[in-house]
Design a protein around this ligand. Structure first.
Ligand code: NI
Length: 185
């Protein structure tokens, strides 16, 4: 089922998301709905707060990038109770977008190596060092679990430049071709 994507201004996007227990109701269905919602919106990642749930669940699909990054062929994974423990390596600048910030794309500096722990879809524990493009996507998605969005990483000047678009979202306007849920004021 395709769910509406919560847009900038929705309080749930600023909450710190909670770990879930293995008996969380209909977890498989939730993950499947998150994949479907992300696919429909042409995203590479989606975090549960973006569908209104303040829980630590994320889906990532990098297959669309496999022409440039063959190592991501068929890459489609869910991350449960995900936590970043350390970031390291070099800082790299790259343009990012976010399904909760339609129409905004800005360069974001991120470290290229992270230490993460999470459970996979079968609730197996993982403790990994992740590098490269996946490390960037994970940082973007796992930021959502800390109540952060990529615009928190841009300069005051750039933020000023996109203020009009952000204010429009706060007034309930989001221009995109997927279902959204904007805040009403
Ligand atoms: Ni995002």
């Amino acid at each position: 089922m395709i769910l509406p994507i919560y847009v900038y201004g929705q309080p749930v996007l600023r909450k710190i998301a909670e770990d879930i227990t293995p008996d969380y109701p209909n977890l498989k269905e939730l993950i499947s709905n998150m994949f479907e919602t992300m696919d429909h919106a042409d995203g590479v990642g989606l975090a549960a707060p973006q569908i209104g749930l303040p829980i630590r669940v994320v889906v990532i699909d990098l297959d669309v990038l496999s022409e440039d990054f063959p190592e991501y062929k068929g890459f489609r994974k869910a991350y449960i109770n995900a936590h970043i423990h350390e970031v390291s390596g070099d800082e790299e600048d790259m343009e990012e977008g976010c399904l909760s910030l339609p129409g905004i794309h800005e360069n974001v500096k991120r470290f290229n190596r992270i230490h993460v722990t999470y459970l996979d879809e079968n609730l197996e524990e993982h403790d990994e060092i992740v590098e490269g493009y996946l490390a960037r996507v994970m940082q973007h998605e796992f930021d959502h679990l800390e109540g952060k969005m990529f615009i928190d990483h841009i300069s005051a000047l750039r933020k000023q430049m996109i203020k009009g678009k952000l204010n429009a979202m706060l007034k309930g306007k989001a221009h995109c071709n997927y279902k959204t849920k904007t805040v009403r004021i």
